[in-house]
Design a protein around this ligand. Sequence first.
Ligand code: ATP
Ligand code: MG
Length: 445
Amino acid sequence: MDPQALPSPVLRTIPRDQHTISRRDISPNALRVLYRLREAGFGAYLVGGAVRDLLLGRHPKDFDVATDATPEQVRQLFRNCRLIGRRFRLAHVVYGREIIEVATFRANSDDGSGDREMEDGRLVRDNVYGSIEDDAVRRDFTCNALYYAIEDFSVRDYVGGFDDVQARTMRLIGDPETRYREDPVRMLRAVRLAAKLDLSIEPATAAPIPVLAPLLGDAAPARLFEEMLKLFLSGHAVASFEGLERYGLVASLLPDTAAALRSNRSGALRRMLLQGLANTDARVAADEPVSPAFLFAMLLWPAYCRALAGLLAQGMPGEEAQRRAADRVTLRQVQTIALPKRFSLPMQEIWLLQERFSSRQRRRVFRLLANPRFRAAYDFLVLRLAASDSHAGDVEFWQQAQASSGDELSDSLEAAAAAREGDGEADEAPRRRRRRRRSAGAVSG
Ligand code: ATP
Ligand code: MG
């Protein structure tokens, strides 16, 4: 790392009576690990997101520990311990479903994925143990570099993080541009943590983001996929998306969607996307399941609509154009974000099923209802009302179809078919035209 990028650490100790962290709010297992390390004569601190969240009055989702004990020494202290990572080792102390991650102080920047070294200003390996001061300055934001010491219940601050947390500010440690170049994913972490914790990004930390956003194109696609799930499936999807927009990051993550949103003058596609993200946040808040397939179906729908419109305009037949558009959008997107097949295939199915909702043919109706992806596709159909209500009749039909018994549905479909036949040929032609217009409606949103 460029040594000039990092400030010199200066210790400030915030005593127990001047901060709000209470042992009652710390996981008993984390306390056990801290005390055991301490009794064995090692330094042991709660660190990172947990300290930050506790100071903000929130419940941390996990508790990480930093120590001067080596991973081998940690293993000797805990029977329920396993070492992970090859070149850079971390200790996991396992208590049932809770894992306390114990990391030895290290002297380099790291994103938690281990094994890093410098290459063209970027970190690709990290395997050097260090002092607590080294450990503090290699972290990303000052609010993430606070240490809660079990021996005197004080908070140790080497980079000004305590005041930043009080001011609800995110500030990169050291020179922001250098730190983003080392690890461009920090730009996403800035937006994500600001959205999740309702913090503001300090101007010097925010300023380089729109300029350096294209560096995300070189980040590891698998890591970007993980980061996307954290951005959008943790209950703060709307705030995250607005943050990504604000800092010019959407075009680097979802290039085709960004282009489609730009060319969609009415804003209908953006409206639909934000509605979908708001629904996702509501589901997370209600502890209902959310799926990466549905998430990416929403995020890439604008790109799909645009690709499909282009192919239809070239005269490609409907079904072929749909399949081609779905494949094209997926293939292009996985170059940036490694969306696994087990999610991209159901995502494509959600898109391709949209066209089938206009059919009232008895056999097709029952086949669609029995499709394992029916529910997701139907929810997506409903979501599309946020962009356009040209298919409101379909939504109503399928809502009733789900509510009625098989026999009722069968009877009413047959009655409707008979009525159409009774009306004769004259009615058939306009009906078909209407259906075609509906397909065009799907393309525009
Ligand atoms: P969350 O609440 O999402 O878990 P977190 O801050 O705990 O937020 P983690 O990914 O769990 O995020 O990382 C734990 C700690 O490791 C961070 O608080 C930070 O100190 C450090 N860290 C994580 N990612 C990076 C990075 N890319 N560069 C430098 N330090 C990092
Ligand atoms: Mg964490």
